[in-house]
Design a binder for this molecule. Structure first.
Ligand SMILES: Cc1cc2nc3c(=O)[nH]c(=O)nc-3n(C[C@H](O)[C@H](O)[C@H](O)COP(=O)(O)OP(=O)(O)OC[C@H]3O[C@@H](n4cnc5c(N)ncnc54)[C@H](O)[C@@H]3O)c2cc1C
Length: 453
């Protein structure tokens, strides 16, 4: 431990230290683990020292970007945690339309830095999520249909490998590693810098519309048909939502269950209402918060609903299409959404995402058109009702879904699904893993085991 302290500039926390409890905690309040040491890395050198220390000590190693992993992969019992949350550097190149960001940056940080220039990189829908974990698993959000997944916009990355070497990875250098980190998660090393392509996105038109549960068959049916060939400037999803106490929702409806369509139109603002008209026509809108807004405002609109420390249990399978039978399942489980924070969001991953060849990146299923997530989130650790709802909903949808799902939406008990999650790309991922991490140092993730294990 003394040699580690000599090599690392950032703070180091062991049990009993001031700050240890904060340092060991992650976003999912269900995870209560006590690592031997948490390294608050400040730079690449700290990360390299931490990786070497973990490899030499033989302890488990967790890498923490934003800390949002639902299975809590960013912490462990008795092992080493390299926490990148202090590594917040961001450099925008407005001329080249690129941004370089360190591994501890969140989408809120990145959106803030690039919005000044009227540009954004495609990320997720909550601003507190880390760019690191979200990108490495794929990256689904409002801009996916127009500009692709986060990985489709990754130009290069700096990766600290299991040997403690810093490699630059892009299409020309260490191209196999670059391929693997675009979807293969944190299996291949610690990514200390991400470089993204930026797109002109500034003011958008969008927000949530709330419909009665009785209207859900019509709204969900419309959404399924609409999204198949909607203009790619439309990003948005169908979901379920218990109404929070927000001013735009009639007070007597707070706490009632609704189905929602959350839209994000990045085309000309004056064309937006024409695009949204089918939703206005299909059923009465009970409440809405739809209009022009800076992109970061929409991208952080759900943050307050989901503070750190809630209990989380999530499940996910991709879907090629939403069949009538799948809609029936949604209509059974959706109205029973158990808590205000819990939901099912039906994210579209067609459009630009489908134009990338299925073997161009490690992301598993370019054939899928939807990436639903069934997200159980609740406050009271004693309350397991949401947990059962997630399992029941996922099991009922499984026959109408693909076998694999999005690794970033999965629980710890989904480890056995890793081959299905990557489909035809899995064998190549195992090859790259075997080359860069033969001893599986990076195993606190949806793990792709090297050939020897
Ligand atoms: C509230 C919430 C909203 C979400 N919304 C979306 C969404 O809109 N779209 C979407 O695609 N996903 C979404 N997700 C899922 C999200 O992509 C995953 O939880 C993701 O893993 C979080 O990344 P992180 O860096 O915050 O998490 P962490 O817990 O820090 O890390 C997650 C995984 O990535 C690894 N990792 C982290 N940083 C690095 C690094 N620098 N180098 C190598 N490996 C690393 C970790 O070891 C771990 O296995 C959401 C999750 C939550 C909890």
């Amino acid at each position: 431990m003394d040699s580690l302290r000599e090599q690392v500039r950032g703070p180091i926390f062991i049990d009993g230290d001031d700050g240890y409890d904060e340092a060991r905690s992650v976003y999912n309040g269900m995870i209560d683990k006590r690592p031997a040491v948490v390294i608050g890395a400040l730079d690449d050198a700290d990360v390299i020292a931490g990786v070497r220390y973990a490899a030499e000590s033989g302890l488990d190693l967790s890498i923490r970007g934003g800390g949002h992993s639902v299975p809590g992969f960013g912490t462990n019992d008795g092992g080493v945690v390299i926490d990148l949350r202090r590594m917040k550097g961001i450099r925008v190149d407005p001329e080249a339309r690129t941004v370089r960001a360190q591994g501890g940056v969140t989408w809120g940080d990145l959106d803030h830095a690039t919005h000044t220039f009227g540009m954004h990189a495609p990320g997720g829908i909550i601003s507190t999520t880390g760019i690191a974990g979200l990108t490495l698993g794929g990256g689904i959000g409002y801009l996916t249909r127009r500009h692709g997944l986060s990985v489709d916009n990754l130009i290069s990355a700096d990766v600290v490998t299991a040997e403690g070497r810093l490699l630059h990875a892009n299409d020309g250098e260490n191209a196999d590693l670059f391929w693997a980190i675009r979807g293969g998660g944190g299996n291949f090393g610690v990514v200390t810098h991400f470089e993204y392509r930026l797109h002109p996105v500034d003011m958008i038109y969008g927000g949530p519309m709330f419909f009665e549960v009785d209207s859900a068959p019509d709204v969900l049916g419309l959404y399924r048909d609409f999204i198949a060939d909607a203009p790619e400037e439309f990003g948005g999803f169908f979901g379920w939502q218990i109404a929070p106490p927000l001013p735009f929702i009639p007070e007597d409806r707070h706490g009632d269950t609704f189905c929602i369509v959350v839209s994000c139109w990045t085309g000309p603002l004056d064309a937006a209402e024409d695009v949204l008209k089918p939703f206005r026509d299909v059923a009465p809108v009970v409440a809405e918060h739809v209009g022009p807004a800076p992109f970061p405002a929409l991208n952080s609109a759900f943050d307050a609903l989901l503070p750190a420390g809630l209990q989380h249990y999530w499940k996910a399978n991709y879907a090629l299409e939403i069949t009538d039978e799948a809609i029936d399942v949604h209509l059974v489980f959706g109205p029973k959404v158990p808590t205000m924070q819990s939901t099912m969001h039906l994210y579209p991953i067609n459009g630009a995402c489908h134009r990338v060849a299925s073997d161009a990146t490690a992301f598993g299923h370019r054939d899928a058109s939807f990436s639903p997530v069934i997200a159980g989130m609740w406050e009271d650790p004693a309350d397991n009702e949401a947990n059962a709802w997630v399992r029941g909903y996922a099991a009922a949808l499984a026959p109408h879904s693909m076998e694999g799902g999005y690794v970033n939406f999965m629980a710890e008990d989904d480890q056995g699904r890793v081959a299905a999650n990557y489909g035809a790309n899995y064998d190549r991922l195992v090859e790259v893993k075997t080359k860069y991490d033969p001893d599986n140092l990076f195993h606190m993730n949806q793990n792709i085991a090297p050939a020897s294990q």
